[in-house]
Design a binder for this molecule. Structure first.
Ligand SMILES: [Zn+2]
Length: 108
């Protein structure tokens, strides 16, 4: 089932994955056109936007590293410290939610 993804800035549909920037506006994530994110980030609302593009290479890399660290910490830490591993899962969870909510509905 295809879901329509609408840009938070201009309210027009985002049609392909290459034009999508999923941005973290704490604590939620919002879809933007690549161009709209650049405009919005320079304008007044840029104060409230983080520079973190969740579907970009940097964040994806961080998600993989965090996931590996989390598993390692969970296996190697003492029983009463295993909950710390959960904090490291926040980054991969954001990446996964971005994929499930927006990216998988768009063509590459
Ligand atoms: Zn837009």
């Amino acid at each position: 089932m295809k879901k329509m993804i609408v840009c938070d800035h201009c309210r027009r549909e985002i049609t392909f994955r290459g034009d999508l920037s999923v941005v973290l506006v704490s604590p939620t994530i919002h879809p933007y056109h690549d161009e709209c994110f650049s405009k919005e980030n320079k304008g007044f609302s840029g104060i409230f936007l983080s520079d973190t593009v969740i579907n970009g290479f940097g964040f994806s890399f961080m998600a993989i590293v965090s996931f590996i660290l989390s598993i390692t910490l969970f296996i190697t830490s003492e029983q009463n410290q295993k909950w710390l591993a959960l904090f490291l899962l926040i980054v991969p969870i954001y990446r996964l939610v971005s994929y499930l909510l927006f990216e998988r509905h768009l063509e590459k």
